[in-house]
Write a protein that binds this ligand. Structure first.
Ligand SMILES: Cc1cc2nc3c(=O)[nH]c(=O)nc-3n(C[C@H](O)[C@H](O)[C@H](O)COP(=O)(O)OP(=O)(O)OC[C@H]3O[C@@H](n4cnc5c(N)ncnc54)[C@H](O)[C@@H]3O)c2cc1C
Length: 413
């Protein structure tokens, strides 16, 4: 070993401190605190997390200024409950816009369906929160937890060894981990290097994201509209702003990105209609090519894969992070029960049980998001009428609609 290489041994190493990795670290930090409170049993869990992007300096999180351009995500009501358990919800809620009503429609067809939070007996169907704010509240919570932060630091190599994995960091440090969690968003190339295959279906669509200022108060309405080019969504943000997710066919987004703000707003108004009021201003526009990527394996002995590294979905139903957060909570629970039975975190039985518990939820959400794109992407008149009838019918069918809504909200599986 060279002089710069320090070696540490941990029970769990998390590669990536994005939304998913940071959420898992918060969950495990809570477990460590509980184990410490029962001092005297055995050494508490040791957890390391590695993230290359530098964090905001101490105190900066409190100075967060909401920006007109910030990207935001729709968080299901069930995810709010998970954030409560992680001890971050009260901070997160200060920048969260509640979704109280959802309106789903299809361009050129009459059908529309509406969902209301009060019908389901909840305060909100979900919340829209700027991604940067979610990240900051999770990182601020982590600062108070007994976790080994390696930041800024990048994992350069990951190799299986007896009893776990060996991680080499670009800082020269070496970490030996009984369980390694890949939460790198699929960006580090580790799956490929470990020979873990993924199914990859490009949608030949690109999502354009921007913040829009509207002429009237949105009153917590979120709109989902299916068009021939692909789905679009307008989600409520604080004040009179809404987050636009506008899907374009491949090769067409560049033209929309290049439009002047005035022409862009006119085109958007024409496509979306007036149901959210008049569109007054647009912020920076960003684009994301869309694919469905699902890893064929999400666990191996001493290894678990979470978040975008395990499944990247179409954002139409806003389910990617919500699904990942359920995986985070289930993995933390599996580790807790393994330790209660004196098994290690990376024990193959623990990971097999975790994988089996996650499989059905992941399959359902992938099928739901992908099915919506395929159903509404087919340009065929009889099908269009059937879809419209479906939307109208769904509106009339109270109990079924409520069941579907509760599932999408992450409060029923
Ligand atoms: C346009 C769009 C809109 C979306 N909207 C929603 C929504 O409304 N609701 C919803 O639930 N989901 C939504 N999603 C999905 C959601 O954004 C993802 O599920 C989520 O961002 C995945 O987070 P992650 O932590 O897995 O990955 P990432 O956010 O990619 O984080 C990975 C982290 O790993 C780090 N990393 C990479 N390589 C290394 C390395 N070698 N060593 C150490 N660290 C490394 C990176 O720096 C990064 O911080 C949307 C996605 C898109 C594209």
């Amino acid at each position: 070993m060279s002089q710069t290489q320090q070696a540490t041994t941990v029970d769990v190493a998390i590669i990536g401190g994005g939304l998913v990795g940071a959420s898992l670290a918060c969950a495990l930090g809570g477990l460590i605190e509980a184990e410490r409170a029962r001092a005297g049993e055995r050494a508490p869990l040791r957890v390391a997390i590695i993230e290359p992007q530098p964090l905001p300096s101490a105190g900066e999180a409190n100075a967060y200024q909401p920006s007109f351009d910030a990207r935001a995500s729709a968080i299901a009501y069930g995810s709010r409950r998970h954030f409560e358990r992680l001890g971050v919800w009260s901070a997160m809620a200060t920048e969260a816009a509640p979704i109280r009503h959802i309106h789903v429609s299809e361009r050129g067809h009459l059908g529309a369906t509406r969902l209301h939070a009060d019908e389901l007996g909840v305060e909100a169907l979900g919340y829209v929160i700027p991604n940067a704010w979610m990240g900051r509240t999770l990182h601020a919570r982590l600062e108070s937890l007994p976790i080994d932060w390696h930041c800024p630091a990048r994992v350069e190599s990951l190799e299986a060894e007896r009893g776990g994995y060996r991680l080499a960091l670009d800082t020269g440090e070496i970490i030996h981990a009984g369980l390694t969690v890949l939460a790198d968003g699929g960006r580090g190339g580790f799956k490929e290097r470990l020979g873990i295959e993924s199914e990859h279906h490009p949608y030949e669509q690109t999502a354009l994201i921007a913040n829009i200022e509207v002429s009237q108060a949105h009153d917590g309405w979120a709109f989902e509209r299916f068009t021939r080019e692909g789905p679009m969504a307008l989600l409520p943000l604080a004040g009179r702003r809404m987050e636009l997710v506008w899907t374009h066919r491949q090769g067409e987004v560049e033209k929309t990105l290049a439009l002047s703000d005035r022409v862009f707003l006119e085109r958007l108004q024409q496509t979306f209609g007036d149901r959210a009021g008049r569109f007054r201003r647009v912020g920076q526009r960003h684009s994301y090519p869309l694919s469905l990527v699902t890893a064929r394996e999400t666990t191996r002995p001493h290894l678990a894969i979470l978040g975008n590294a395990a499944h990247a979905l179409h954002p139409v139903a806003g389910q990617g992070f919500n699904l990942a957060l359920r995986g985070v909570m289930d993995l933390a629970a599996a580790i807790e029960s393994a330790r209660a039975e004196s098994r290690s975190a990376g024990d193959p039985k623990t990971l097999e049980e975790f994988e089996a518990a996650r499989a059905a939820d992941t399959r359902q959400i992938v099928r739901f998001s992908d099915g919506l794109i395929r159903l509404f992407g087919i340009d065929h008149a009889p099908l269009g009428h059937a879809r419209a009838a479906g939307l109208i019918g769904l509106n009339a069918l109270g109990p079924l609609r409520r069941t579907l809504a509760r599932r999408a909200m992450g409060i029923e599986r």
